[in-house]
Design a protein around this ligand. Sequence first.
Ligand SMILES: [Zn+2]
Length: 205
Amino acid sequence: MIVGKDFAEELLKLLNITNKECIVKLNNRKGYSETLYKAKGISKIILCDDDSKTSSIITAAHEVGHFINNRNNYKQYLIFKLGNLVLFSIVILAILLVGINQYIYKIPLWILCGIMIISFFYSILLNTIKINDESGANKEALKVLSQYADIIFTSSKDCRKWELIRSETMEQLESGLQKYKNSSWIVYILGLSPTIVYILLWIFN
Ligand SMILES: [Zn+2]
C-alpha cells in the first residue's frame, strides 16, 4: 500500500508542481507534520511518522493543501508568517509602556488603553488568519483527494477508493481544525497579557 510521502509526491506531480517548487521530506519522529512554504525557492512538506495508514494519506493531502492554499493566498500567508512576530512586538511594547507608566513616568491613559486594545484585537485577527489557513488547507485537500485519490490508488495498485475513505477524511480534517480552534485561548491570553499586567500592578501597588 502506498505511504503518505509517495502519495504527496504523486499529488504534486498530478498538479504540475515540480520539485523546484515543492519537495516532500520525512521526519521519522512523532510530532506534527508541517509545510514550510516559500514563494521564491523550494517549499518543503515535512511528514512525521509516515506510513501507509489512511490517516497518513489524509495528512499528506492536508499538507499539499497547505502548499496550494499558501501559493493561492500569498498576501494572507505573509500576514500569517509575520503575524507572530508582530504580535510579540506589540505585546512587549505594551508591557514596557505599562511598566514605564507604573514606575517611571505617567503615560496618558488613552495611549495605554489604545495599545492594550490593539494587542487584544490583533491577537483575534491573527488567530482568525491561522484558522483560515488551516481550513483553507482542508478545503484544498478535499478538492485534490476527490479529484486524484483514485488515480493514485489505481496506479500504485492500492485497493483503497476515495468513496471508501471519504468519511474518514472528513472526520480527520474536521477534528484537526477543531484542535486548532481549541488552542485559540493561548493566542488570546498573549494578546490580553499587557492588560493582565496592568491590572495586577494596579492591584498590588
Ligand atoms: Zn495544517
